[in-house]
Design a protein around this ligand. Structure first.
Ligand SMILES: [Zn+2]
Length: 382
């Protein structure tokens, strides 16, 4: 199969280049560039030993060399690990196609260079714009994916006016996926928890199998499938929630969460990866941009669940306290809802002080706060 040939050849060239670079450096401290190695390609294709390289897209081979270059750069500049040789056994295999990918949406086919017929594909969405490059990946469960990078002119989409009545504050949580400042609650889907439990179970079962045995292979495959299922479910859920948000609100206010920093804390780690905040954020950003929806972020150190609109700050608030009563004004606050309301408040306060964006006056803040607290709790995506 030609895809397998591309995967194999790109892997081969990557390893060939890595080996050559390492050896050149060891011999006389020479740093070979990708272009030095690329110069070998024409002769290799003519040789009897490597003539099979002719069958694959030469731009894909060159892209492999570029990947190796960026792995080197990461090693030197960002102190990431030294580039490894790629193996047939790596769970993910991929190659890129720098040019000339075409998509036939009507017939569900993708055309790439060197392939005489279009490859049948399940296309998840349509797009308009200029195709820059694409990547074909084979997962550990033997499924093939193509991701296509498209350049779109987003400046064509006018941004909606920032207006408090059409804005929402979102508090991302652990027990509940998100609480919105208008009282809407978005629970975590139950099926995700079930799938995660299954992953845990399969992980345990794999660790009990003898290394190198057929049963271990089987268990590994099962685990890979379960992982894939969790990822797909998360993606699906994030798509649904972000779609709901950009179609119902013109401005979305969020905390600028440092997800990486929080995952280090082991107690929270599992739950945070469960709710997949970073996936949610990525999808939200791009859907918002497509729809002209504004995203306002506040600093993550604002005390959003401690701050009563009357000005009182509850410094003694702990994570376990789900609700509290303000001793100054007597308001009862539900922790997550108050956080969502304050995120919106702070976001609007920030743009009011900065004055960078024109704001359309639509009612005052305190009115929004009270009606939101009394708002009926409804649920989405349940
Ligand atoms: Zn108060």
């Amino acid at each position: 199969m030609l895809i397998a040939k591309h995967l194999g050849s790109c892997r081969f060239i990557y390893n060939y280049a890595l080996d050559k670079k390492v050896r050149a450096y060891q011999t006389d401290k020479t740093n070979l560039s990708r272009f030095d190695i690329q110069a070998d390609l024409p002769n290799m294709k003519k040789s009897e030993e490597y003539c099979w390289l002719k069958e694959v897209n030469s731009l894909s081979l060159q892209a492999s060399l570029a990947n190796l270059d960026s792995a080197y750069t990461k090693f030197f500049r960002e102190h990431k690990g030294f580039p490894n040789f790629k193996s047939k056994k790596d769970s993910k295999q991929s190659f890129s196609i720098p040019q000339n990918t075409k998509v036939d949406f009507e017939n569900g086919r993708v055309f790439i260079p060197k392939f005489k017929i279009g490859i049948k594909a399940k296309l998840h969405r349509t797009f308009e714009g200029i195709v820059k490059s694409s990547t074909i990946t084979r997962t550990s469960t033997g499924k093939y994916f193509i991701s296509i990078l498209v350049e779109v002119n987003v400046s064509d989409v006018p941004m909606k006016p920032i207006c408090e009545s059409k804005a929402v504050g979102i508090d991302l949580g652990i027990k509940t996926f998100a609480v919105l400042s208008d009282g809407t609650e978005i629970p975590n889907p139950k099926y995700l928890k079930q799938s995660l439990d299954k992953v845990k179970h399969l992980q345990r079962s794999l660790s009990h199998k003898t290394k190198g045995s057929k049963n271990r292979d089987k268990a590994r495959r099962k685990l890979a499938l379960a992982h894939e299922r969790v990822t797909n479910q998360r993606k699906d859920f994030s798509h649904k929630v972000t779609k709901y948000l950009v179609s119902n609100y013109d401005t979305i206010c969020l905390e600028d969460l440092n997800v990486k920093g929080m995952v280090k804390n082991h107690h929270l780690a599992q739950s945070i990866s469960d709710v997949s905040w970073s996936m949610f954020n990525t999808l939200l950003e791009y859907k918002a941009q497509e729809q002209g929806v504004n995203i306002l972020r506040i600093g993550r150190f604002e005390p959003s669940s401690k701050f009563c609109p009357c000005g009182y700050i509850n410094k003694g608030l702990t994570l376990a306290m789900r609700e509290w009563t303000c001793p100054e004004c007597g308001t009862i606050h539900y922790r997550d809802l108050l956080a969502a309301i304050n995120i919106k408040r702070f976001a609007f306060r920030n743009i009011n002080t900065v004055g960078a964006t024109e704001i359309h006056a639509c009612g005052d803040m305190s009115g929004v706060t009270h009606s939101a607290q009394e708002a009926h709790k409804s649920s989405v995506c349940g």
